[in-house]
Design a protein around this ligand. Sequence first.
Ligand code: FAD
Length: 634
Amino acid sequence: MKKYFDIIVIGAGHAGIEASVCTAKMGFKVGLFTMDLNAIGRMSCNPAIGGTAKGHLVREIDALGGIMGQIADKTGIQFKMLNTSKGPAVWSPRCQSDKNMYSIEAANMIKDLKEIDIVQGVVNELIIEEAEKSNQKYKFSIKGVKTENNSFYFCESVIITSGTFLNAVMHTGKSRLEGGRIGEKSATGLSECMRTLGFETGRLKTGTPPRLDKNTIDFGKTETQNGDEIPKPFSHKIYNNFPYQKQVDCYLTHTNEQTHAILRTGFEDSPMFTGRIKGIGPRYCPSIEDKISRFSDKPRHQIFLEPETLDGDSIYMNGFSTSLPFDVQQKAANTIVGLEKVKLIKQGYAVEYDFFPTHQIYLTLESKLVSGLFTAGQINGTSGYEEAAAQGLIAGINAGLKLKNEEPFILKRSESYIGVLIDDLINKCPEEPYRMFTSCAEYRLVLRQDNADIRLMKYGYKFGLIEKDLIEKLDVKINLINEGIKYFETNTISPKIVNDYLQSKNSSELSQNEFLSNLIKRNEIKLSDLIEMDAFKENELLNIIKKDPETVNQIEIEIKYKGYIERQNEHIRNFENNENIKIPSDFKFEKIKSLSAEALEKLKAVKPASIGQAMRIAGVRPSDISAIMIYMRG
Ligand SMILES: Cc1cc2nc3c(=O)[nH]c(=O)nc-3n(C[C@H](O)[C@H](O)[C@H](O)COP(=O)(O)OP(=O)(O)OC[C@H]3O[C@@H](n4cnc5c(N)ncnc54)[C@H](O)[C@@H]3O)c2cc1C
């Protein structure tokens, strides 16, 4: 059998969904390959979207025209804005999702797009040919894929988003089973085919906790964790009109010394401690056995009990990821308050899989070896649904732009978390699973989740992923924000009018007229309260602004943090100066004799597009940068 697509996406997980949907919206005929039709958008681990820094990624994906935020909004059963006791830079939206609904909704959104054909099958070979002589940048170019049942599919571009499935092995105690996720087989052939072409692969591992039977938990002994009273969606499309699902509670309990003692009895059969698992796991998301051996002085660890669905019985045991033997998992769980009678529905396990170190791809996520071949998601050494979705979207956009012969799309780290994620992947080439944190972003005061639309929606619109009415609404909002800021910075208020209000907020009273912006800068003053004062009742501009809480929020943040934001913008200008000093793609670093051996090796592998990028490559020193600049000046 032979078939033709413009673009083939291998894998219908979180990266594959975004890659296929955005290329379809760009007008291409897409073949979306999945090993299992029922596993589209399956949540392998935690049934939750967003969280610290990950929530920023989801808002950015949404602003660019991706669909993760929309799926999460339709299927979220507990929404919570995290870190609200800190500054707005680190506020991060998160939701607990009904994992079954999530998968169904993702599949429905894909099926709505007539440009996407979903193909059930395991891709085990890439079809490639030597690159044309005129295309010296690459050795090969992609022509299509072959599946396990010997069907051939031809295309212009392939995006691999195979997640944890390549040569995957699952471990629980001494048991070792081939498979990428419980109940699903492993994908073989593809890694081997790519290694033959010259690709380098590595091994990583991740793990998941047991799932618990809700009916066997005594929730009365645990601490209830509520969501937000008024849930806020991820998607900009429905920000002020959010028809959310019924909301549920989560619960908190803790391990104790007895739990730890029982877990230790399983160490001699642990695939991690006995060396059966070779892949490196995520340090920031350790298994419970890792936690009790690395932090042996800690008498207890938090365990969050999170419903996996709205009406079902399965509870996710967040904080208890483990690959210890099943009987040890069960016994240890029974020592935890509230879980004395708990029954494990599914065991925890670890999975080891192949990944492709990221020195082999460009910032567009295209392979340096094979023209038209892109990789995105867990295959690039990241961990997490959001990190995967962000890459799927960028790989998709760039695959589409390449087919249209248009300039590639590279987001800067000064304008988005997605830019930070990809820049880190390419320049630092992490050796352990990469997860997004707010601390990864040096310009986080301007990269807030609340202004993702202002930063990025213009790009989504340019690529045909954002509708005209949304961008028009955004233009109105931006104008209102600017007018509002100008109004508050140029208008004063008298003590007579404002002092009663200030007194009610425990804020020092005025003795003379004061600019409104100076009042808004005070911690205790909220703009939303201030504009409700009688004095502003007839104010036409403020009456319009009031109608949109998001506009009010933006004005308030821009005024309150003005000094910090201006300083950060100055740093960004310096950063961008270095980004604008371009290094030609055929630049011969080996001609610069004074480069250190390590720098030369890294520069040749990464092929930085600018001096700014070269500066961020691990192993490249300031003296190497000076040498490159002197050489480039001739
Ligand atoms: C056991 C386990 C525990 C995890 N724990 C965590 C965690 O604690 N924290 C965290 O952030 N993330 C965790 N993850 C990772 C999270 O699931 C991934 O980061 C995320 O799903 C990656 O998205 P993806 O799109 O790259 O791949 P996936 O969501 O894995 O999707 C890959 C898709 O590709 C398909 N596929 C693969 N190979 C082929 C092929 N050759 N042909 C056709 N189809 C193919 C598969 O069928 C699947 O649909 C865990 C994953 C697993 C399996």
